[in-house]
Design a protein around this ligand. Sequence first.
Ligand SMILES: Cc1cc2nc3c(=O)[nH]c(=O)nc-3n(C[C@H](O)[C@H](O)[C@H](O)COP(=O)(O)OP(=O)(O)OC[C@H]3O[C@@H](n4cnc5c(N)ncnc54)[C@H](O)[C@@H]3O)c2cc1C
Length: 347
Amino acid sequence: MEIDYIVVGCGLAGIAFCEQLRTHNKSFVVFDDSSQRSSTVAGGLYNPVVLKRFTSVWKSKEQLEKALPLYNKLAKQFGVQLDYKIPVYRKFASLEEQNDWFAASDKPNLSEYLSSKIVKNTNKNINAPFGFGEVLGTGRIDVNTLVESYKNYLSKKNILLKESFNYSAIESTDQGVSCKGIKASQIVFSEGFGVNKNTFFKDLPLVPAKGELLIIEAPDLNMDFVLKGNGFLIPIGNHQYIVGATYNWNDTTHQLTDKAKEELLDKLKNLITCKFKVVGQVAGIRPTVKDRRPLVGQHHQHKNLYVLNGLGTRGVMIGPYVAEQLFDFIEHKKPLEKEIDIKRFGI
Ligand SMILES: Cc1cc2nc3c(=O)[nH]c(=O)nc-3n(C[C@H](O)[C@H](O)[C@H](O)COP(=O)(O)OP(=O)(O)OC[C@H]3O[C@@H](n4cnc5c(N)ncnc54)[C@H](O)[C@@H]3O)c2cc1C
């Protein structure tokens, strides 16, 4: 088989890159062994504002302009709903925080995303005496449905190989790469934390950040916005909500832990006062980077090998933005932004 690309990994990064390939009529196959779960468990929020510090997310506008049309195109193609427009309400812990919010909502790059009105809490089951600030232009992508639908689509086209990619089987020459009878011009690795097994890119400074979430059922809550305090609560329908999230930099397993459950229950009890039942718990490893920028680029020696990783805590927004940059770099020699290029680490 002779094709243009091999893509390793079918999470948010891999899907965004495959969409570049489809748009430009490139042939490809995708390897995915379901060993990583960051995309399938993700809360899926997109939110242009860092709500801890009231600052704008890096390139948020440019990212959203690429991401939302892509997810909406895929939703149409697969006949599913992926994009749930829903406001994010930031709970204020004090009057001082309200003032900080007002000040931030006046700043040029934030004013279009932060409503300057304070929203009063009218829901007796929510604990928010100082009210909320509303973030505009937010929503949730149902990433699990996206990944499932995308894999089904690839399977039907016979271009999904549900197996682990064997790095030692790669033969790389100036003309391209071959691996298990597949000859391709390029390989793009988008394995999330799975890159730690990749002999070519394992030295990238990827920092695994395990995250756990709970799914709860709270019939009396009736909340139709995302609530963000110390932790967040996302409505997903049928009186169910996602409670998030934990950060653990020492554990790289997908094991569910009681410690995370307790931490999330503490956060939840600070946000709501009504009865609820825990109906699920999930875990995944976020592929984060110390400087909070993705890891994109070309292998220094094997020029047909590329990486698309480090989407961190915001893969929904950033994936399509960096996938386009990588495609333009490979096909049109357009330089990558220095901030995302792996060369910044001397790699
Ligand atoms: C608890 C939690 C909550 C989150 N919430 C949000 C959120 O609300 N909004 C947001 O934008 N982001 C969120 N994120 C972050 C987001 O999930 C990540 O940025 C994103 O999923 C990373 O995508 P990826 O494709 O790089 O990696 P992954 O999703 O890990 O995908 C990599 C894929 O590669 C495959 N793979 C790996 N190695 C191999 C191999 N050798 N052979 C074959 N296949 C391989 C894996 O099986 C996997 O399918 C959250 C993450 C977690 C863990």
